[in-house]
Design a protein around this ligand. Structure first.
Ligand code: FES
Length: 193
């Protein structure tokens, strides 16, 4: 997935106690909704779920999905169906940095399996797990559309391409030092509105 398509302005990513978009996020949500005619607001669901995920701790709880359904005036089950289909939405708490390693043909042929094993060993978890300090989660995902720069992985809105063990070391060290939650909305969303 292109980070440009799913980038967004920097919303407040601190853990929120109330399930309600911040003022900035709500403005963006309302702008996205205006792109679709009345009765077709469900079409705005994908970008709004990215914003919700960034706003509410990096995952979509049942309460968050209900809230998104309320905002879009659609049924909660319609939100769940979409959120549970795509690998970029998390239905449980995750680490601040989710390392999504592509495992499809081009990446696989270029050593993705070894990269994945290397990451597992480096951060001490298996695919599907989160480190004890809550910093990293690891996912094996399908093609991310960057087959020409295989092997690659995504973390939030950033692509890390032509991966080598050295590059993986640097990425992990930089994210660890930074300690921030990374999301698909980390780039300026306004460029795409
Ligand atoms: S096969 Fe990995 S990005 Fe397409």
């Amino acid at each position: 997935m292109s980070s440009q398509l799913h980038g967004a302005q920097h919303f407040d990513k601190s853990k929120r106690t109330k399930i309600e978009f911040s003022e900035d996020a709500m403005k963006t949500v309302q702008t996205i909704i205006t792109h679709y005619p009345e009765g077709k607001h469900k079409s705005a669901l994908l970008p709004i779920l990215h914003i919700a995920q960034a706003e509410f701790g990096g995952w979509l709880s049942p309460e968050t999905m209900d809230y998104v359904a309320f905002v879009l005036k659609i049924k909660p089950i319609e939100v769940f169906e979409v959120a549970s289909f795509y690998s970029m939405y998390n239905l449980q708490p995750m680490g601040k940095c989710i390392l999504e390693v592509c495992q499809t043909s081009s990446c696989w042929l270029n050593g993705a399996e070894d990269i994945l094993k290397y990451i597992e060993k480096k951060i001490g978890i298996k695919v599907g797990e989160t480190t004890k300090d809550g910093m990293f989660s690891l996912k094996a995902v399908e093609c991310l559309g960057s087959c020409g720069t295989a092997p690659m992985m995504q973390c939030g809105a950033s692509y890390h391409e032509n991966l080598t063990y050295d590059k993986v070391d640097k990425v992990i060290e930089n994210y660890s030092a930074d300690g921030k939650l990374r999301s698909y909305t980390d780039h300026d969303y306004k460029n795409t509105l």
